[in-house]
Design a protein around this ligand. Structure first.
Ligand code: P6P
Length: 339
């Protein structure tokens, strides 16, 4: 059966949203539309990955010390090159590049763009869902060349955020601060159609998502919290079920749709990541914006709201606990030593 919203394309949805703001110039709509073109390009490449010569490693190591996959490099270039000449962006940063990325001289726009071109890329070769994550802020001096200072803004200042998940279908999920909306790509016509209007994250759930291989490295409060979820107590729906894909976008998307809590706390496994593994600007912050807009919550394991953290560097890592509001509230109590 065809969904009644099947006819609403993402372009129409963006323009309908823009019409609600008479002061809008159309630049944000244009930026999102350009980003969507890049996403379609990446989707086509990802979906053919097994047939082309784009699986495997590119023979490079990125700023994160991770081996760059060929598709990582393809996705990074697809976004960087299109947005640099779009006229909507003043400065960019990518998970794949150590330094901020300037745009084409004379094409500086009003916004900044932070993106993880292909998160979860170690899953590419085994056909597990991966994704692109993006975060958009206003540049302090729109229209002029931007700098790091324009990128190092807290999540609370985001104008828009979203992700594209390349899974059993390719979906775009985004927010501009007026709810969270999901679109599914119809590859036969190359259009994203509204398939999940006004997504709300269930406040309670029975799923938790964490890499239990790190148990030996967790702080005591994390041990106590996860042990609580695993106790047998039917009236409170425990033990919860474990779901861990190892691809942040896929784990987050599942929790957004059916509820759940994702945890990547501080641990002692790797001293270079003592402050957490996931990156603030282009992973935690955009997903926190989406989570809050869908009724969820995103915190660190040391009492901070993700959206309030003022970044101190482009590739800053943070602990990330994100998902269903009541589940994150309980986790926050455990981390504060109150339970
Ligand atoms: P671990 C993928 O490499 C990633 O950055 C996220 O997508 C994912 O949530 C996390 O790392 C998985 O990390 O240590 O459990 O393999």
């Amino acid at each position: 059966m065809i969904k009644e919203s099947y006819g609403i394309t993402v372009s129409r949805h963006i323009l309908d949203s823009q019409r609600l703001h008479p002061e809008a110039t159309g630049d944000l709509s244009g930026l999102l539309s350009e980003l969507i073109v890049a996403a379609k390009t990446i989707s086509a490449e990802v979906n053919m990955a097994g047939l082309g010569d784009c699986l495997g490693q590119a023979g490079k190591t990125n700023i994160q010390g991770e081996k760059v996959q060929k598709l990582d490099e393809f996705a990074n270039n697809a976004i960087k090159r299109r947005m640099a000449a779009s006229g909507y962006v003043a400065i960019m940063t990518s998970e794949e590049e150590a330094d901020a990325i300037p745009v084409v001289a004379g094409q500086e726009g009003k916004y900044t763009l932070a993106f993880d071109p292909l998160d979860g890329s170690t899953n590419i070769d085994v056909n597990v869902s991966i994704g692109t994550i993006f975060s958009i802020h206003r540049a302090h001096n729109g229209g002029l060349p931007g700098g790091e200072v324009d990128l190092l803004q807290p999540g609370r200042q985001q104008v828009a955020a979203g992700y594209i998940i390349y899974g059993s279908s390719t979906m775009l999920v985004y927010t501009t601060g007026e709810g969270v909306h999901g679109f599914t790509l119809d590859p036969t016509v190359g259009e994203f159609y509204l398939s999940h209007p006004d997504i709300r994250m269930p406040a309670r759930s029975k799923y938790y998502s964490v890499n239990e291989g790190n148990t030996a490295y967790w702080h005591p409060e994390m041990h106590r919290y996860v042990s609580h979820l695993k106790e047998v107590d039917r009236p409170t729906g425990r033990p919860y079920s474990a779901r861990y894909i190892g691809s942040l976008v896929a784990d987050f998307h599942r929790n957004l749709i059916v509820g759940g809590i994702f945890l990547y706390p501080r641990d002692t496994k790797d001293t270079t990541k003592a402050g957490g593994k996931l990156r603030l600007l282009y992973e935690a912050s955009p997903l926190a914006f989406i989570a809050e807009q869908a009724g969820g919550r995103a915190i660190t394991d040391d009492g901070r709201e993700i959206m309030d953290i003022v970044p101190d560097s482009l590739h800053q890592r943070v602990p990330l606990i994100i998902g269903s509001k009541l589940e994150v509230d309980l986790a926050a109590e455990y981390f504060a030593g109150k339970s």
